[in-house]
Design a protein around this ligand. Structure first.
Ligand code: ADP
Ligand code: MG
Length: 376
């Protein structure tokens, strides 16, 4: 399922590819699917089609009509994201590709480091549930990243503060998004070698294609995981409030289980339609995990925490399984949280059940907001 990348800009001369950053690379090489994909010391990325290429600032200004306000599609902690179109003439054909261009506000060295980690990680790691990096720009002080354009934006755009008339995500689509995100994380934890700790799993970093297939984005904070006897790596605490595992927030000890906690928070958002952290709510309800704890303790209360926008259109049995998985992921004790492969199996099962019930027509309606919830 590897998407072949068309990099028009690479057609012209004077292109440098991501290997130019080798000097700043971590000294360990990352392997994926048993094949070395990069690193210092000779073994370069031999997947030519996936090598991110370098653009000039002028090319990206042209692609976004000078970073026109009308092309602005989002703003995050590190900069603004614009929709753009790369055009290139190849023989007598005019080729065109829609892309998302992120212009970083460089906040000193740290921002530059995140830029480099993002380019390196996304050049080495390729999976259908990870966003594809097309290229980057390092003209002067400018730092820009060019990604494949994800037409449905982020999961966040479909869960919270919906504009009137916008259709909420169905239960089966929510499960599909959860399972896809889990597959992306499984690739990082189990197939990349050494494992990669993502560190920034949140609904705004889960991007969606036209069929609501999810892709993880933003790897600037990612870390190569522990190797050998070690169980953790120590770092400065970074990440997003509300998604951060308690032990990591307190001690800076980062493990694969920190990502599992963040995945649990995203599952909680999918189930409840509430934000991980929402300062506009009453004090006891601002932190989603804290708010959810009393519901999670009692199976009979599971249904009370469900997103009202689902309008009861879900199977109670499926809900119970999804809440059980979520509760395991957000346990305070990191060791008790499941490993990603087990979560993938459980979520894939729920997706297959939801799809077969959808195809039998009617979609499950047993969670209708009455007091008579049937188990189906
Ligand atoms: N590749 C992309 N395709 C489409 N939209 C994107 C893409 N990357 C980012 N976006 C949009 O831009 C917004 C801002 O992204 P970002 O700068 O990563 O900040 P954050 O992840 O904190 O929201 C995202 O929430 C999303 O809506
Ligand atoms: Mg993001």
């Amino acid at each position: 399922m590897k998407k072949k990348m068309v990099c028009f800009s690479c057609i012209s001369v004077n292109r440098k590819d991501v290997r130019d950053f080798d000097e700043e690379m971590p000294s360990r090489s990352i392997k994926s699917s048993g094949r070395s994909l990069g690193g210092k010391g000779g073994e370069s990325n031999n997947q030519k089609g996936n090598v991110a290429c370098s653009f000039t600032f002028k090319e990206l200004a042209l692609a976004t009509q000078n970073f026109r306000e009308a092309n602005l599609i989002g703003e995050g902690g590190f900069g603004s994201v614009y929709k753009g179109r790369l055009e290139s003439a190849l023989a007598s054909f005019l080729l065109s590709q829609v892309v998302a261009i992120k212009q970083l506000n460089l906040d000193g060295l740290q921002g530059n480091q995140e830029f480099i980690v993002e380019v390196l990680m996304l050049s080495l790691l390729h999976h259908k549930n990870l966003v594809n990096l097309i290229g980057y720009c390092t003209d002067g002080d400018q730092r820009l990243l060019v990604y494949e354009f994800m037409p449905m934006g982020s999961l966040e755009n479909h869960l919270f503060d919906l504009e009137p008339g916008k259709k909420p995500l169905s239960w089966s689509t929510r499960l599909k998004i959860a399972a896809g995100a889990a597959h992306g994380l499984e690739y990082l934890h189990c197939e990349a070698n050494p494992p990669v700790i993502y560190r920034d799993l949140k609904s705004s970093n889960i991007l969606l294609d036209n069929d609501f297939n999810p892709k993880l984005s933003d790897f600037g904070l990612a870390k190569l995981g522990p190797v050998g006897e070690n169980t953790h790596v120590s770092t400065r605490v970074m990440g997003t409030y509300g998604y951060c595992a308690p032990e990591y927030a307190m001690s800076g000890k980062l493990t694969l289980k920190s990502d599992i906690y963040s995945l649990g928070v995203v599952l909680l958002e999918l189930i409840t339609g509430r934000k991980a952290y929402d300062s506009s709510r009453n004090p006891g309800e601002q932190n989603l995990v804290v708010w959810s704890r009393p519901f999670l303790k009692d199976r009979r209360k599971f249904v009370q925490m469900v997103d009202p926008l689902l309008n009861g259109q879900f199977s109670v049995r499926s809900l119970h399984h999804a809440v059980a998985i979520t509760a395991m992921c957000i346990q305070e004790q990191a060791n008790f949280r499941p490993i990603i492969s087990d979560i993938v199996v459980a979520l894939d099962y729920l997706v297959s059940q939801a799809e077969s019930s959808d195809s039998q027509g009617g979609g499950s309606q047993t969670g209708k907001q009455t007091n008579q919830h049937k188990e189906n």
